[in-house]
Design a protein around this ligand. Structure first.
Ligand code: IMP
Length: 192
């Protein structure tokens, strides 16, 4: 099944391909919209509507980020814009510095993803993975804040987990598995 995915983030594209599997052929659409919404859902919908207008076909768009309880509102929907212009190695270093004195029990954090399938009507799908912030960055896989995020139940950071494991448990995996199920169900009901 062909689906349009409105993103230019190569890391996300690779992950979403692995998550959705071979039943889907993803056609990527590179759009730029200002992510000025107050929620992930608002931003995802804004991207999806713009992409739908651009290509005239149903589209998938998403917005995601990391929430770190000890750092209040610094990240969340602003995750991509935090310390803009700096590398993720520098951003992660800064976060760890800011959390230098934060004890283990207060290092709680989560990745969130809201994906929307927009065919003139929005259909929302969400994923959340809870964990905590490590004290040192570790691992080379993944992208962004993966080296400092320890998912609950794992001794490894998200960047130390293999792509197969990350793409089975992540916020993005949860949201896009739901989208895949929705699209397969819809396709069956159209064929009936
Ligand atoms: P988006 O492209 O607006 O969804 O921006 C998401 C931003 O949140 C990324 O640029 C990363 O900084 C962060 N982020 C989202 N998902 C992940 C992930 O799976 N690993 C690491 N960082 C992520």
């Amino acid at each position: 099944m062909k689906v349009v995915l409105a993103t230019s983030n190569q890391h996300k594209i690779a992950e979403i391909k692995q998550i959705m599997g071979e039943d889907f052929e993803l056609i990527t659409l590179n759009i730029k919209v200002e992510e000025d919404g107050k929620t992930f859902a608002e931003n995802a919908l804004k991207k999806a509507k713009f992409a739908y207008k651009t290509c005239g076909m149903p589209v998938i768009a998403d917005d995601s980020g990391i929430e770190i309880d000890a750092l209040n509102d610094i990240l969340g929907v602003k995750s991509a814009r935090f310390m803009e212009g700096y590398s993720y190695a520098e951003k992660n270093k800064k976060i760890l510095e800011m959390m230098n004195h934060v004890p283990t029990e207060k290092r709680s954090a989560r990745f969130k993803c809201v994906a929307v399938y927009y065919d003139g009507t929005p259909h929302f799908f969400e994923g959340v993975i809870e964990g905590r912030i490590a004290t040192q960055p570790r691992g080379k896989n993944g992208f962004g804040y993966d080296p400092i995020f320890l998912p609950y139940g794992y001794e490894k950071t998200m960047a130390e987990l293999s792509p197969e494991v990350k793409n089975n448990i992540s916020h993005r995996a949860q949201a896009f598995k739901k989208i895949a199920e929705h699209l397969k169900k819809n396709e069956k009901s159209v064929q009936k």
